[in-house]
Design a protein around this ligand. Structure first.
Ligand SMILES: [Fe+2]
Ligand SMILES: [Fe+2]
Length: 290
């Protein structure tokens, strides 16, 4: 088996998100054209590929790996492009086999943003919806799926058994580390998440891309939107500061729009375009650096 094949278990990058709907099938307040039961319908082959994806993710995401990726990508010296070109760039990730929808990446972002807007939330939150998965361009820079998507989790301390497929951490070198394998690891109790190294992926990357432009509430949404072990399972309360606990209100507010806003009927982009052009111009510079 070639290295490339073994590091690309998902036939479609977003299958892990479809699997999130199996784990958290609770649309609750968000209007959707689908029922909970429909969300639960997965073919076994895609479940197997998701499992293999998490095996790789949990095996290879180590503290040292994240350090290396931050050095590589937080220089933002790979590419610079006008904002609207960035969406075309992201759309080169095509979802041929998504069982939930055959809409492209931009449609997921637009539908998330539109669901937030329809509920009357502040415009910066709409903008957050529009950009929250822009970090998936990491795949287009040749990064393996397991270093771009999937649930995120802290490194430098013990892995919680509330993280999906916890048994796969046994193959992670950090699992056997004298300090990293302890409850607090390198951290002090309630040290605050800003001090905590989370596994590397599209969340941390987009957080750093946007951190000079959006309010703190938005930055929490971007940075922690895949941190299910905390925002759904509360597995790392012992590392959160009081401020983090308060700010997770915003992460929880955002999550349902990400998970449950997919709709097979695309919004009319031509009608929406002027609103979003103004919104982007209000908060962001003309070009984005990757
Ligand atoms: Fe995401
Ligand atoms: Fe998303």
């Amino acid at each position: 088996m070639s290295n490339q094949i073994s590091h690309t278990p998902l036939p479609d990058l977003d299958l892990w998100e479809d699997d999130l709907l199996r784990r958290y099938p609770d649309p609750d307040t968000i209007a959707s054209s689908k029922t909970k039961e429909e969300y639960r319908n997965y073919e076994e082959p895609s479940r197997d590929s998701v499992k293999e994806f998490y095996r790789l993710n949990h095996t290879h995401q180590t503290y040292a790996f994240v350090e290396e990726k931050k050095r590589e990508f937080l220089k933002f010296d790979k590419k610079e492009m006008p904002i609207w070109d960035a969406f075309d760039f992201l759309n080169q990730l095509v979802d041929d086999s998504d069982p939930d929808t055959d809409l492209d990446q931009f449609q997921h972002l637009l539908q998330t943003a539109e669901a937030i807007r329809a509920d009357g939330h502040p415009d910066w939150m709409v903008l957050t919806g529009l950009f929250h998965d822009m970090g998936k361009v990491l795949c287009l820079f040749g990064e393996p799926q397991w270093a771009v998507v999937g649930d995120t989790f802290p490194l430098g301390c013990a892995f919680s058994d509330k993280i999906v497929y916890p048994e796969f951490f046994q193959a992670n070198p950090d699992y056997h580390h004298q300090l990293y394998s302890t409850k607090y690891g390198i951290y002090a109790p309630h040290c605050g998440l800003d001090k905590v190294q989370l596994s590397w992926g599209h969340d941390e990357y987009i957080y750093h891309m946007m951190k000079d432009y959006l309010p703190e509430c938005a930055l929490y949404m971007l940075r922690y939107h895949s941190f299910y072990a905390q925002h759904r399972e509360h597995a790392y309360d012992h590392l959160l500061s009081k401020h983090d606990q308060e700010m997770f209100y915003w992460v929880n507010l955002f999550n349902p729009y990400d998970l449950y806003s997919k709709n097979p009927v695309p919004p009319d982009w031509n009608k929406l375009k002027p609103y979003y052009e103004d919104l982007v111009a209000k908060y962001l510079p003309a070009t984005l650096k990757f």
